[in-house]
Design a binder for this molecule. Structure first.
Ligand code: PMV
Length: 325
């Protein structure tokens, strides 16, 4: 049996603009998904997500009945498609295309809420399945395989941001195919979760339409790119207050692109009024999570009292990416 875990992430800066080749800075956080993989005697794959929360399921299939990986339209289909794609990548890496595997996954990352839950599950599954098949992949190989798995499921529309941050840990910079780790100071992240999620595909399509229709929307996307470049300097200098100011600015630009939501704005404003250095939505938006920077407990207290906030937690920067347990 092999077990691996991998962290979720918040976007410090740059979601949506990253789709158009601008840089983004996701940061891995200490909330993890775990995959436990055991080799079987036959060529079947059995996937158990009962501990994942929401719609857990158990699915078993042989080579003839393997699920086709196409745009999934329910959380259940999506979970199956992502884990199946991760298993394929691990079998391919280990040169064992017919290996039978039992895979069971669990996670303490809210699902579909901008914290990279699917990437963490895929990264942990690739690493655990490859290890069970006798192959230890380094974190860059895991990131590459996990990216390919996500890209297959999302029909070619995936950035490397989530999978790279989850596989390597820490703060990272992603610009197209170029991914690298960044030095980062202590980042006092507080996450507020509205209990919901946004539809990433629809939100990305909405920005695409807006960008085609209005020149100022295209300018907004490139302004996010400029802001990310400023953010990199603030990160290198360890200037947490400046990072907060830029996060506020980034949220405003995302709002202009139509991807925020009333619940996200309410949490962002609660954090700002509580004295956070800054706050913004994280991920695709439309619902899900915000991230604030606040070394004191005031933002947590304020979010606890905010009707739109269902859950609040402090999230340390995860310096470890994927690891065998
Ligand atoms: O909500 P998440 O964590 O899946 O992030 C989506 C980020 C986008 O930039 C909107 C899309 C992408 O693939 O980069």
């Amino acid at each position: 049996m092999a077990t691996a875990s991998a962290p979720g992430k918040v976007y410090l800066f740059g979601e949506h603009a990253v789709v158009y080749g601008e840089p983004a800075v996701p940061c891995a956080i200490e909330r993890r998904a775990r995959a436990e993989v055991t080799e079987r005697d036959d060529d079947h794959v059995r996937i158990d997500t009962a501990d994942l929360g929401l719609e857990g399921f158990v699915a078993e299939y042989g080579p003839e009945s393997a699920p086709t990986v196409e745009a999934p339209d329910s959380l259940l289909e999506a979970g199956l498609a992502y884990i199946d794609a991760a298993v394929r990548e691990a079998r391919d890496a280990a040169d064992a295309p017919d290996a039978g595997l039992n895979v069971s996954v669990e996670s303490d990352i809210p699902l579909g809420a901008g914290l990279g839950s699917s990437a963490a599950v895929v990264v942990a599954t690739v690493a655990a399945a490859a290890h069970e098949l006798g192959l230890d992949l380094d974190s860059r190989d895991v990131a590459e395989r996990a990216y390919r798995a996500e890209r297959d499921v999302q029909e070619g529309e995936a950035s490397r941001a989530d999978t790279f941050a989850s596989a390597t840990g820490g703060a990272v910079r992603v610009e197209g195919d170029d991914c690298r780790s960044l030095e980062a100071p202590e980042l006092p992240f507080v996450v507020g979760y509205d209990g919901g999620s946004g539809n990433t595909g629809e939100l990305v399509a909405g920005v695409r339409r807006l960008r085609e229709e209005y020149g100022f929307a295209a300018d907004t996307v490139s302004a996010i790119g400029d802001l990310v470049r400023d953010g990199e300097h603030a990160l290198a200098e360890g200037d947490v207050e400046e990072l907060g100011r830029l996060m506020d600015f980034n949220h405003g630009l995302l709002e202009a692109l139509g991807v925020s939501a009333r619940s996200l704005d309410a949490m962002v404003w609660a954090a700002r009024q509580a004295g956070a250095h800054g706050a913004k939505l994280t991920g695709a938006g439309g619902g899900g999570c915000i991230v604030a920077l606040d070394p004191t407990e005031q933002t947590e207290t304020a979010l606890d009292l905010t009707a739109e906030c269902e859950q609040v937690f402090r999230a340390e920067l995860a310096t470890d990416g994927v690891r065998l347990e």
